[in-house]
Design a protein around this ligand. Structure first.
Ligand code: GTQ
Length: 353
């Protein structure tokens, strides 16, 4: 078995490294164990953003720039271990987006996939590929790769949501493309609710050919429905020691993840249910939807309440302690890792230990 020791430096070795450096060459044995670690050693750190701290800054930004001028008026949640990289995990980006009453954010499209998790406001809209959806708190909304999308707020209150995108992953792949549409917004081509009725109700059009490809044709998973499912399933009393009652959002056509690069999840943790410690290789962003509690992440305690966001980096042991019935939404790059046979988890409950 290999050790994790790096060979010691000698005068002759150092001189050699210096000479080959000029030829853009470096010795593998100096960096082997960092390149091929025994387990993930993420530079991302556990962190929490309290909504009460973030919200005033987000609202203040509306006095500095319009959604139209900004294109997207967002404050980016930067992982403290990844400052300057617009990343909340190694592969994912998160930000808090604000659309004020009467504002629009112009249409554009990009190869990065986006999810929105609605935090505050009622009835502002996003239009995706010609279909408008009204957004309510707790709704999970998808913008598939390369679909035109714009946002608007015809309500009388600010609309605020969490954006999750695979921006760092696509940057790593050098696969980013984008285009705008002259600062305009789309005119809807189908009625509100069309996609949910057509694809997300246990029915599909009889000759549906799966033309939407790798992303779910449902692009708004309303919280009202999700909450009802959690309430129904809790009656079965089948609690997972590490997750409570945890579900993943799926593409109803394939049963796979709703998005190709981002996995989204929702879980119910009943009051007093302390989860068993757990870790997995997908760094995960959590949002508290309802209730309150705390999570111990890498030995540090993070208390959360509604709309607070926290991040658990890859392979960091954590557990949750809800103080009241709690609902957590979360997302990670799990579909990417799973597609390549890379995803791993470790449970520290009776079964796993
Ligand atoms: O709403 O299209 O937070 O393109 C970052 C990039 C949101 C969006 C973000 C984006 C968007």
């Amino acid at each position: 078995m290999s050790t994790q020791a790096t060979p010691s430096n000698t005068e002759a070795r150092r001189a050699f490294y210096e000479r080959i450096d000029r030829h853009h060459l470096t010795p593998l044995w100096e960096s082997l164990h960092a390149l091929v670690p025994l387990h993930p050693q993420s530079r991302a750190l556990p962190a929490l953003w309290r909504y009460a701290d973030v919200r005033p800054f987000v609202l203040e930004s509306a006095g500095l720039i319009t959604a139209q001028e900004a294109e997207r008026r967002v404050l980016v949640l930067e992982n403290p271990g990844l400052r300057g990289q617009s990343s909340i995990t190694q592969t994912l980006y998160a930000g808090i987006q604000l659309v004020m009453p009467g504002e629009t954010a112009p249409s554009h499209r990009h190869t990065q996939s986006a999810l929105r998790f609605v935090l505050e406001g009622n009835g502002a809209y996003t239009t995706v590929d010609g279909e408008r959806t009204l957004m309510q708190p707790g709704d999970f909304v998808i913008t598939p790769s390369w679909t035109p999308h714009d946002h608007g707020n015809a309500s009388d209150a600010p609309m605020i949501w969490l954006d999750g995108l695979d921006i760092p992953l696509l940057r790593f792949l050098d696969a980013g493309f984008a285009e705008g549409f002259g600062g305009r917004i789309q005119q809807p081509e189908r009625p509100v609710g069309d996609a949910l009725a057509r694809y997300g109700s246990g029915l599909l059009p009889v000759d549906y050919d799966g033309r939407h490809g790798v992303t779910s044709p449902v692009f708004n998973y309303p919280y009202a429905r999700t909450r009802e499912v959690l309430e129904q399933l809790r009656r079965a009393e089948q609690w997972d020691a590490c997750h409570g009652l945890k579900l993943r959002y799926t593409n109803p056509v394939t049963g796979g993840f709703a998005m190709p690069t981002i996995g989204a999840f929702v879980q119910l943790l009943p009051q007093g249910f302390e989860t068993a410690p757990y870790r997995s290789s997908d760094g995960t962003v959590y949002v508290c939807v309802e209730g309150s509690g705390e999570s111990v992440v890498g030995g540090e305690r993070y208390r959360w309440g509604p709309r607070d966001v926290f991040v658990v980096p890859s392979w960091t042991t954590h557990h949750h302690r809800p103080a009241a019935d709690a609902v957590l939404f979360s997302f990670s790059d799990r579909p990417v890792q799973a597609a390549f046979g890379l995803w791993r988890e470790e449970r520290f409950d009776q079964e796993g230990a």
